[in-house]
Ligand binder design. Structure first.
Ligand SMILES: Cc1cc2nc3c(=O)[nH]c(=O)nc-3n(C[C@H](O)[C@H](O)[C@H](O)COP(=O)(O)OP(=O)(O)OC[C@H]3O[C@@H](n4cnc5c(N)ncnc54)[C@H](O)[C@@H]3O)c2cc1C
Length: 410
């Protein structure tokens, strides 16, 4: 096989596909990315309106993600950082829980917050230290249980689980019961403890923009929907067939190579944006609503204001609901007033994200040799192959590309 000139197709130009293309380029191989939509980035998407970046769903880059450190240039992303911890809205009161080791001003508010006992706060400190010492490989080799069971077994009180862990991790896992694997909990808690949650100044989509901008050889074919693949052929939805030497799919496939994204169990959310005359709490702070009857899970003020000086508030709803947009907006507006004392000025927009995170059991850090290669000989990437996170998407793309390179060299 003419190795460097092999025809390599990557199906999907999300973060995993882009990192696969980057890894191939770094090793002298060139790929063509086939993307169903008109732009790269997949679930990492920002719409910029009048200079304000509206992310399609609140997501953060955890700066200590090993894969992100390898594949992104943080300086060029001009990152805004969130303060460690959160502001918790509960029963008409606002309490702050922070990391006194990194933010001295958080010491007294954290110690005196009534959302958990002193023992709970000590256990948070202890857990942070324990996970600092535990490697990521050790985390993913530890037996899994639900995060909820893990927290109880660790000795945390019902109060701190209800008031802090539940709202905080509901926003990350996009599910309210904390049924998500304790491996992901430990990994994310470690990442929060060792780095910062951050957003590029131009929105989360800038991450994809940077990866695309650094690709010099790869070819992109947009509005190109793939229906089925085999090791040597790509079938497009329009009936066309493309001959291939190598196919990397970032999308789940059935045993016949048919794309089965619709069959994955997906977790969804709504992300609403409002204007508020003046921010009611500090920019760079994540607010959490501890009342589990509320639709609102988390809120933060965008680092950028609207051109007329209004602050922009992002609100995430994770709870399942049957409301239409007008009903949802009305319910959230009332909750913001009652729970957080926030009077919104205008509703800007809502992004309903039906396929936000794949619901996966048996989480791993790296794909196994069986999961990286489909029985039909297709190389597999995508967060659905590991766990729903930017780090996992990047790891899966890199691993699939490395498997291709190693097979082409063999
Ligand atoms: C609301 C939300 C919040 C999140 N929060 C966080 C967070 O805080 N931290 C974190 O680390 N991660 C978070 N994530 C997860 C992270 O964004 C994903 O893990 C990652 O973007 C997945 O990348 P991917 O390449 O695996 O998949 P995708 O981004 O889904 O890429 C797949 C690509 O394939 C394309 N495609 C689909 N079907 C076809 C087809 N038939 N033919 C051709 N192309 C096709 C899609 O258009 C897409 O571009 C969040 C995600 C969402 C949506």
């Amino acid at each position: 096989m003419a190795k460097k000139s092999s025809k390599i197709y990557i199906i999907g130009a999300g973060i995993s596909g882009l990192v696969a293309a980057k890894t191939l380029e770094e090793n002298g191989y060139t790929a063509t990315l086939l993307e169903a939509t008109g732009e790269p980035g997949g679930r990492v998407k920002t719409a910029t309106i009048d200079g304000v970046p509206f992310d399609h769903g609140f997501q953060v880059l955890l700066t200590d993600y090993p894969q992100a450190k390898k594949h992104l240039s943080y300086d060029a992303l001009n990152l805004h950082y969130f303060k460690p911890g959160a502001l918790i809205f509960k029963d008409g009161k606002t309490e702050r829980i922070g990391d006194p080791l990194r933010d001295r001003s958080a010491f007294w508010p954290t110690l005196s917050a009534s959302i958990g006992s002193l023992g709970d706060k000590f256990r948070i400190y202890q857990l942070t230290r324990k996970l600092k010492a535990k490697s990521i490989a050790q985390i993913f080799a530890t037996e899994e249980q639900s995060t909820s069971d893990y927290l109880k077994a660790y000795g945390f009180s019902e109060a701190i689980i209800h008031n802090f862990f539940k709202p905080f991790f509901t926003g990350i896992f996009l599910e309210e019961e904390l049924n998500t694997s304790s491996r992901l909990f430990e990994f994310v808690f470690k990442m929060f403890g060792e780095g910062y949650a951050a957003l590029p100044a131009k929105g989360i989509g800038a991450m994809a923009g940077q990866l695309v901008g650094n690709l010099t050889q790869s070819d992109f074919q947009y509005e190109t929907e793939v229906s089925k693949v085999s090791a040597k052929e790509v079938h497009l939805k329009n009936g066309k067939k493309l001959r291939a030497d190598i196919v990397i799919s970032t999308l789940p496939l059935d045993t016949n190579g048919q794309i089965t994204t619709q069959k994955v169990a997906w977790k969804s959310c709504d992300n609403l944006y409002f204007t508020v005359e003046k921010p009611t709490f500090e920019t760079g702070t994540i607010g959490l609503v501890a009342n589990t009857n509320c639709l609102t899970n988390n809120l933060y003020y965008l680092f950028e204001q609207q051109q007329n000086g209004d602050a922009v508030l992002s609100v995430t709803v994770v709870k399942k609901h049957q409301k239409n947009e007008a009903e949802l907006v009305e319910a959230v507006v009332q909750e913001l007033k009652k729970e957080c004392g926030i009077q919104v000025k205008t509703f800007i927009k809502n992004y309903h994200i039906q396929q936000a995170l794949p619901d996966i059991k048996n989480l791993s850090m790296e794909p196994s040799s069986s999961s990286i290669k489909h029985p039909l000989g297709i190389y597999m990437a995508g967060d659905h192959n590991l766990s729903g996170s930017l780090n996992a998407a990047m790891a899966s793309g890199e691993a699939a590309a490395n498997a291709v390179i190693s097979d082409l060299k063999a």
